[in-house]
Design a protein around this ligand. Structure first.
Ligand SMILES: Cc1ncc(COP(=O)(O)O)c(C=O)c1O
Length: 377
């Protein structure tokens, strides 16, 4: 039996997405920048994909820029804002993905910005009063806070953060890599300056994503080169990836409520089964509160098993990921679990679900965990 419970790392490609990509790979090889018919038909496909994406998040097609994925989109938003808009102070949290955290830390090291961290509590909830204090006591800032945490699943109250950013005239970037394709976005109702996306998190292909840039923002390219993406991102487009991304977005939106309910059902089921069968289990983050329905982060009781738990699960055919808090003196481990004060003695595992998982798979995983913990602890 092989069970994939690591959907926050990446998701399997939806066969329907593959069905639109393959015929295009077979027949349409033109370079979208070519002015002849081969190029023009590929260019038209890219622009249709841009329209689809824009429509789904209530943006204008001119606000969508295709990238190589979430990392590039986050780098572009942050680096270009701080380079081009005269902003010298950024506010983020210690729980951000490294695509954000390392980018900001690097800019601070380069002496280009000052960086402030908003406080988080032991559940990983962002202290909004502290965010407001930081905004009030500093010059105009860039705020970069992720919509859902990839390790814990915690969700940011986007509307509230958007409002406080508007109040202080801050630039608001939110890393939506874990939530795009899982929730609806309406940039007219909840204004943000930047949103980011990676198609592989919702059954699209890897190596492609987009950056939404609000039309009020005027920045220069991050990657210089040709005139692709309206002069904003040089390089021949990942045509098949872009077509696949748009198809994956369409499928995700067409079935969103149904998938949300189904996947949340799996997560809730696993929570109940784990509570029932593993004594001393703890849930990390705001799991039972404002939390992404695809992610469940669990700390197992301390014992001999330690970090070998992932290895043991892998042997049993169960793929998931982990990373406990860093123990003192070591910098390996999860910066997120460390920041919320999770005990480094308790092995932590992230289970993450998709529409392709079943209750039977959850039963099997819990059964294996029961076996592991009844023998070793
Ligand atoms: C929250 C978050 N941001 C950014 C990324 C980076 O995305 P990509 O690997 O597509 O560059 C990830 C991927 O794990 C993520 O979970």
């Amino acid at each position: 039996m092989k069970i994939y419970l690591d959907n926050a790392a990446t998701t399997p490609l939806d066969p329907e997405v593959l069905n639109v990509m393959v015929p295009m790979m077979q027949k349409q090889f033109g370079n979208p920048s070519s002015i002849h018919a081969y190029g023009r038909e590929v260019k038209a496909a890219i622009e249709a994909a841009r329209k689809t994406v824009a429509r789904l998040i209530h943006a204008s097609p001119s606000e969508i820029f295709f990238t190589s994925g979430g990392t590039e989109a986050n780098n572009m938003a942050i680096r270009c804002t701080l380079r081009d808009l005269g902003i010298k102070h950024a506010i983020t949290s210690p729980l951000e993905h490294h695509a954000v955290l390392h980018t900001l830390e690097e800019m601070e090291k380069e002496g280009k910005i000052r960086l402030s961290f908003v406080k988080v509590d032991s559940k990983g909830t962002i202290d909004l009063a502290h965010l407001e204090e930081l905004l009030a006591s500093n010059e105009r800032s860039l705020v970069s806070l992720m919509h859902a945490n990839n390790e814990l699943g915690n969700l940011l109250p986007l509307k509230k953060v958007s409002e406080v950013c508007q109040k202080y005239n801050a630039i608001f970037h939110t890393d939506t890599v874990q939530t795009m394709g899982h929730y609806t976005f309406n940039v007219q109702e909840v204004p943000v300056h930047f949103l980011t996306c990676a198609a592989h998190k919702f059954h699209g292909p890897k190596g492609v994503g987009f950056l939404y840039i609000n039309s009020d923002i005027k920045i220069h390219p991050f990657i210089f080169g040709g005139a692709q993406e309206r002069n904003m991102r040089g390089g021949t487009e990942n045509v098949y990836g872009i077509i696949g991304l748009a198809k994956a977005m369409e499928i995700a939106h067409a079935h969103m409520e149904e998938h949300q309910q189904y996947v949340k059902g799996l997560k809730d089921y696993m929570v109940e089964k784990l509570k029932e069968h593993i004594h001393g289990i703890e849930f990390n983050g705001d799991t039972l509160g404002h939390s992404l329905y695809t992610v469940l982060n669990v700390s197992f009781p301390p014992g001999d098993l330690g970090e070998t738990i992932l290895f043991n699960l892998d042997i049993a055919g169960i793929a998931c990921s982990g990373g406990s808090a860093c123990s003192s003196g070591s910098n390996v481990g999860s910066h997120v679990l460390t920041a919320i004060g999770t005990s480094p003695d308790r092995p932590a595992v992230r289970f993450s679900f998709s529409k392709f998982n079943t209750k039977e798979e959850i039963d099997y995983a819990v059964e294996k965990l029961k076996e592991l913990f009844s023998v070793k602890v």
